[in-house]
Design a protein around this ligand. Sequence first.
Ligand SMILES: NC(=O)c1ccc[n+]([C@@H]2O[C@H](COP(=O)([O-])OP(=O)(O)OC[C@H]3O[C@@H](n4cnc5c(N)ncnc54)[C@H](O)[C@@H]3O)[C@@H](O)[C@H]2O)c1
Length: 251
Amino acid sequence: MSGFAGKRVLVTGAASGIGLATARAFAGAGAQVLVTDLDGDAAARAAAELPGAVGLALDVTSEPAWAAAIAAAGERLDVLVNNAGVAEAGALADHDLTVWRRVLAVNLDGVLLGLRAATPLLRRARGCVVNVASASGKKAQPGAGAYCTSKAAVLMLSRVAALELAPDGVRVNCVLPGGVETPMWARQPFFKDLVAEKGGEAAAYAELARDTPLGRFCRPDEVAAAILSLAGDQAGFITGAELVLDGGYTA
Ligand SMILES: NC(=O)c1ccc[n+]([C@@H]2O[C@H](COP(=O)([O-])OP(=O)(O)OC[C@H]3O[C@@H](n4cnc5c(N)ncnc54)[C@H](O)[C@@H]3O)[C@@H](O)[C@H]2O)c1
């Protein structure tokens, strides 16, 4: 596949999970990928395995870090994938404000800062943005108020950005995955308990997928494929759109 030959793509949170799968997919399609992550060493390791890729530390909540990452992109940026995200549990009635602000800072402010920093280059390339939101931006999850709120806000931010940048030929779209098998889950205390109870990760994912009509979790490469489909020329008339891939969960 070489649909992105000559294109330059920046992916945030690209050292793990969906971001890593997306960086791999773009590199496999011929793009030059800036593999960025809070963990710069992990980003460098991931980039070393991909042809034409460069690894870079980028904390999406930091304006100076964004300026440096965009400078590293040089003269050209065709696709920005705002993927970095964190999930923290907490009921709203007694939510820890520090945790709330951290989730909003990464999941929402990070998207705004990326959009702001990349817009000049995206305008020049008539490029596009794909934001990784979540089915949890549509369907409320008790105990995940900060996460759900951040993702719902990303949906609206993306639609406003799509309208603001349409005159420049820059498209902005979202993907909304349901549950995806990534290390994000392994860090959640309740998931660790479920793995212990069910006797393994596969069984824990199967349990969590019981209310998903297709009966399983999504794979990171399936989200990557959706992101590439929105970034490609064949999607040239798609902007302000929300591509749900949740096995029917929110249908
Ligand atoms: N896993 C799921 O079930 C699922 C479902 C829907 C949406 N998502 C979204 O997909 C995106 C990727 O999640 P994932 O499941 O691959 O998680 P993951 O934990 O495997 O990867 C997230 C990556 O983001 C990085 N990161 C964290 N904070 C950062 C920051 N401040 N700056 C830059 N990078 C940072 C981490 O180092 C990590 O490499 C997130 O936005 C998440 O909300 C995940």
